[in-house]
Design a binder for this molecule. Structure first.
Ligand SMILES: [Zn+2]
Length: 175
């Protein structure tokens, strides 16, 4: 799969109850790829990040006439366990609901306080970048230091200065 872009007119998408589904490769998500590369590097692992992301985006309108988007995604990634330094699958299943509004940045931050936890607000946009949205959500959901769920062995000591993972994350999340 080659690099591709995916933009929607989010209000029109919601009003028409449109739905898109697809699979992205890591090549489509350079910032996520960089983060996985970083996990491999701090572990001094030679594994090359690989994987794919399946997603479904559904537009809808609620009873009050508000425009909504539902996003479901599942990652099928492989990364390096930061404890035992062996490869591990990283599967995340994430669901998000967005409320689309024609709001200014100031309105958005004011509304954020009142909005329920069930919905994230999104600016109305004729060119909403879906791949950037998916990538941001995955990066924010990623563990700071991925490790196997089960106890997988002794902590392998690492030599040298490790880059601060928080600093790396900060650079990857779009503001
Ligand atoms: Zn492990």
């Amino acid at each position: 799969m080659t690099n591709h872009t995916l933009f929607i007119d989010n209000l029109a998408f919601a009003k028409k109850n449109e739905r898109i589904a697809g699979v992205l490769s890591l090549a489509d998500c350079p910032r996520l790829n960089e983060l996985l590369q970083h996990f491999a590097e701090v572990s001094e692992s030679n594994s090359i990040p690989a994987g794919s992301i399946s997603y479904t985006l559904q537009g809808k309108t609620d009873a009050a006439g508000q425009s909504l988007l539902s996003l479901s995604l599942t990652t099928h990634l492989s990364t390096t366990c930061q404890r035992c330094l062996s490869d591990m699958p990283l599967q995340l299943t994430l669901n998000f609901n967005y409320l689309i509004g024609a709001l200014s940045e100031a309105d958005l931050s004011a509304a954020e306080v009142d909005s329920s936890d069930d919905f994230d607000l999104q600016q109305a946009s004729q060119h909403m970048d879906i791949i950037a949205l998916l990538e941001d959500e995955i990066i924010m959901a990623m563990p700071i230091a991925p490790t196997h769920d089960q106890y997988c062995g002794e902590i392998v000591s690492q030599s040298g200065e490790k880059p601060n993972p928080f600093a790396v994350l900060k650079g990857l999340i779009k503001s």
